[in-house]
Design a protein around this ligand. Structure first.
Ligand SMILES: *Cc1c(COP(=O)(O)O)cnc(C)c1O
Length: 407
């Protein structure tokens, strides 16, 4: 796995910004967004809405807005970040669940496209914020689709409404004056297989036709969700975006012909995942019953390995060409035994002070950080293609941690 920066460049950055820190590769993020847009260039009014929860930083959002992406938000803070990045109206998708009233108010204030997770929320939305002219609902297909590992089986997923509920929900919204409709599902997560994404599209397209025929409404926008996967392991292959676009296009042509609804996606991981790196240093080596490499980062910086047993590739810049003949449990300094970035990982022999890069940390990395054990969350840096590096979030300080304590 290649880095977009050299070992010397990284060492220079690390002299200015102490490790650990995240660095994002702006060119890679832009290219990922463009590749997705290109795969769906055939679709009417296609728009990718970046799922903000993956990397909730307005600087990343701004960079994506500059190449035509919107924001997919699911909380008050995410709506506020979208606003801060200058996004509003049709550039903001609000796909929440178990939604508090104030979030509906904020979403309406921004003019966001609102996507309801439950038909019962129609009343809440109307009462607290009024019904918009456009409204979308989220489908949970239940046994009609198999789902996959991170998200689980749709029948056991808390998200979305059943087909029967949707028929009633769209009819109720139509009768209360909503004019144009959207339809959404997000059934898979980190899925690289073309067929899975084509299956979601077919299910949504067929349901859209049925809703239009039965209820006399217009489904103006179909949101295919996110969930396009990335290769975390060196032997995995990336999702074939042109093939996914073509497979969805074939279903679209078959069911809608030349004129059908606009399409949207709300990918997060695909856009930033491979283009963010957690840069850390070896602090301390220890040998007991196992061989430990202790880093200056801990699972509060990146909890995917501890939470999902997720694999993250690890490289040691400057030692790439040495044989990986040492085997380490790569750990942090939290008082939790699952505070491990890798277990029994073959690496070149390490020494304290070595820079270590944890790959594919650009999505659900810094975002899932926490402050257990009084750990501070790291800085985030953005590297432009000319090599310049910009601080887009400073590292936390102890004072931040104590800011909420009462005297
Ligand atoms: C998490 C999420 C996404 C993005 O998922 P990725 O796997 O990052 O593409 C999109 N939509 C909703 C509603 C989500 O919760």
């Amino acid at each position: 796995m290649n880095l977009p920066f050299t070992r010397d460049e990284l060492a220079t950055i690390a002299q200015i910004y102490p490790t650990p820190f995240y660095v994002y590769d702006a060119a890679g993020i832009r290219a990922a967004a463009r590749a997705l847009q290109q795969a769906f260039a055939w679709a009417p009014n296609f728009r990718q809405y970046f799922a903000l929860k993956a990397t909730p930083n307005p600087h990343i959002l701004r960079l994506l807005a500059d190449v035509g992406c919107g924001a997919d938000c699911s909380s008050l803070a995410e709506l506020a970040l979208a606003e801060r990045a200058g996004l509003r109206g049709g550039l903001v998708m609000f796909s929440s669940n178990n939604t508090p009233a104030e979030e509906f108010v904020a979403a309406r204030h921004l003019g966001a496209l609102i996507n309801l997770d439950d038909v019962g929320l129609l009343d809440d939305l109307e009462r607290h914020a009024g019904l918009p002219e456009f409204l979308s609902f989220r489908l949970n297909p239940g046994p009609a689709l198999a789902g996959n590992t991170i998200i689980g089986r749709p029948e056991e997923s808390k998200f979305g409404a059943t087909r029967e509920q949707l028929l009633a929900g769209y009819a109720a919204a139509r009768d209360r004056g909503v004019r144009r409709f959207g339809l959404h599902a997000m059934v898979v997560s980190n899925e690289r297989a073309t067929a899975a994404h084509a299956a979601t599209a077919r299910l949504l397209f067929e349901l859209a036709l049925e809703l239009q025929a039965k209820l006399g409404i217009t489904i103006a926008l179909i949101n295919l969700g996110g969930g396009i996967g990335i290769p975390y392991r060196p032997d995995e292959i990336p999702a074939d975006l042109p093939a996914i676009g073509a497979a969805v296009q074939a279903v679209y042509r078959e069911l809608f012909g030349e004129h059908g609804p606009a399409l949207a996606t709300e990918c997060g991981r695909l856009i930033t995942g491979p283009h963010g790196y957690l840069v850390t240093r070896v602090r301390h080596l220890k040998q007991t019953y196992r061989n430990y490499a202790g880093l200056d980062a801990s699972m509060h910086n990146l909890m995917r390995p501890a939470m999902y047993g997720a694999y993250h590739h690890i490289t040691v810049p400057g030692k790439e060409h040495l044989p990986a003949r040492a085997v380490y449990d790569v750990v942090g300094s939290l008082c939790e035994n699952n505070d491990k970035f890798a277990i029994a990982r073959a690496l070149p022999p390490l020494a304290p002070g070595d820079l270590v890069v944890i790959h594919d940390a650009g999505a659900h990395g810094h975002a899932m950080g926490f402050s257990y054990n009084g750990k501070l969350r790291s800085a985030e840096l953005l590297r432009e293609s000319d090599g310049s590096v910009r601080l887009i979030r400073r590292a936390e300080r102890l004072a931040d941690l104590f800011a909420t304590l009462e005297d």
